[in-house]
Design a binder for this molecule. Structure first.
Ligand SMILES: *[C@@H]1O[C@H](CO)[C@@H](O)[C@H](O)[C@H]1NC(C)=O
Ligand SMILES: *[C@@H]1O[C@H](CO)[C@@H](O)[C@H](O)[C@H]1NC(C)=O
Ligand SMILES: *[C@@H]1O[C@H](CO)[C@@H](O)[C@H](O)[C@H]1NC(C)=O
Ligand SMILES: *[C@@H]1O[C@H](CO)[C@@H](O)[C@H](O)[C@H]1NC(C)=O
Length: 394
């Protein structure tokens, strides 16, 4: 068979998608140089080598950044002491979650002196066209998170542990923040012991994002509900977010799985697929806050989760969440709006009180059909996700 030259070239330059879903166009840094930083300064420079006069990262050079060791930022920028507060007093004060006085959070709460690590509050800037990839199970980022801000595009964050950022101190730092970012894949990472959000978007759009195959470990000593579980999991507040959250293992969290909308102009299109939620206390998992948040949750497995879908008293967020054996007549809406049957969620225990099937959540997804992954049956998810997600499995 004769193959044309044009075809040979397009085959050799075509790269496979790193992840399915909204982020499936993302390729990261291939085509650029591969660097292996060894010091904190080298890592910082590899992620973002230049800034413009406003402090925005303007380094768009394609780069593959291999993370072969632990980068421990703790203590590197000094220890701070200031007046903050206690989120909620626990029976044992050693379990009190603390907070820095930011955004009015400490108004009306009991004041206390908070000692924290400055490095946690100054995340690393990441520029466009970068792949940040852990090697084996060796890639770790301790004490500092990543921020993708001001229009960054085409970034892969894969196979690293991000942890130990002012654990137990709200506003002490997020693990990954996206504020005006597009085409991002966050895949096969491990998140643990983060002061505030494990992943947060807003207020500018986070478009075409896939959060796949990660471990989110919420176990901690200081917590919002005094129960050893992390409340601040995922907060999606961007002006035009389009996000897939799939095949993740989430354990011992107590809320915001995710919290969508509710502040400023947050408009969120979210597809939650085949995630395994294991032992969630407090408010449980999905919480759609406002009528500009649209969540389709299908094929997820909830084991020992207080509320798979949570609703505050006057919570109007739109969620379409079919469950095995319940209200099956409404499922045909999936065929109508996304062109296939939805795969129901499953749960082993926990509340069955709120199982919304809002058609309003499906209609904004209609034009994005090609980005909607097809789930596997929910009962297969616990075994599948624990075997394939997390660090050291790419
Ligand atoms: C980034 O911005 C700085 C300051 O404006 C400028 O000197 C530099 O050339 C820019 N770098 C790139 C890669 O655009
Ligand atoms: C790098 O990123 C910029 C901004 O997103 C984009 O315009 C450019 O095409 C990218 N370059 C390469 C070589 O991928
Ligand atoms: C939403 O708000 C943010 C920040 O307030 C702004 O940057 C953005 O342009 C707004 N987007 C829309 C679609 O209004
Ligand atoms: C269910 O979760 C609770 C915490 O909410 C925990 O105490 C209990 O051991 C869990 N049960 C099982 C069977 O995992």
């Amino acid at each position: 068979m004769k193959i044309s030259l044009a075809l040979v070239i397009s085959l050799s330059t075509a790269l496979a998608a790193v992840a399915p879903g909204f982020g499936s166009v993302t390729r990261g840094g291939p085509g650029g140089v591969t660097v292996t930083p060894t010091t904190l300064a080298e890592l910082k420079a590899a992620l973002c080598g230049s800034k413009d006069s406003t402090g925005k990262c303007n380094d768009t050079t394609p780069r593959i950044i291999k993370i072969t060791k632990t980068f421990d930022f703790r203590g590197s920028e000094g220890i701070m002491t200031e007046t903050g507060c206690i989120t909620k007093a626990c029976p044992n004060p050693a379990n009190n979650e603390l907070a820095l006085a930011r955004s009015g959070f400490c108004d009306g709460r009991t004041s206390t002196t908070v000692k924290y690590d400055a490095a946690g509050t100054t995340p690393l800037l990441v520029g466009s066209n970068k792949s940040i990839i852990g090697v084996g199970s060796a890639g770790k980022l301790l004490g500092k998170g990543l921020i993708l801000k001001g229009g960054q595009n085409n970034i892969v964050i894969q196979n690293i542990q991000i942890s130990d950022i002012n654990d137990g101190i709200i506003w002490g730092g997020d693990a990954i923040q996206m504020d005006g970012a597009s085409n991002v894949v966050i895949d096969h990472n491990h998140f643990a012991r983060i002061g505030r959000q494990m992943i947060v978007t807003g207020f500018s759009a986070a478009k075409f994002i896939s959060i796949t195959n990660n471990y989110f470990d919420g176990r901690r000593t200081r917590s919002s509900f005094c129960d050893g579980s992390h409340y601040w999991l995922w907060l999606f507040l961007g002006a035009n977010d389009k996000i897939t959250v799939a095949n993740n293992y989430i354990y011992h969290t107590s809320g915001r799985g995710p919290h969508t909308g509710g502040l400023k102009n947050g408009t969120i299109r979210l597809h939650m697929v085949n995630n395994y939620f294991d032992t969630l206390t407090g408010e449980g998992a999905i919480d759609g806050m406002t009528t500009t948040s649209f969540t389709l949750a299908e094929g997820n497995y909830f084991k020992n989760v207080t509320y798979p879908v949570y609703s505050y008293k006057s919570d109007p967020g739109y969620v379409f969440a079919p469950f095995v054996g319940a209200q099956t007549s409404a499922w045909s809406n999936c065929q109508t709006y996304i062109g296939r049957a939805c795969v129901p969620n499953d749960q082993s225990s926990g509340s069955t009180a709120y199982r919304p099937l809002h058609i309003e959540a499906l209609t904004p997804l209609t034009i994005y059909r090609k980005f909607l992954m097809t789930p596997v049956v929910a009962s297969a998810v616990p075994a599948l996700v624990t075997a394939s997600a997390g660090v050291g499995k790419i």
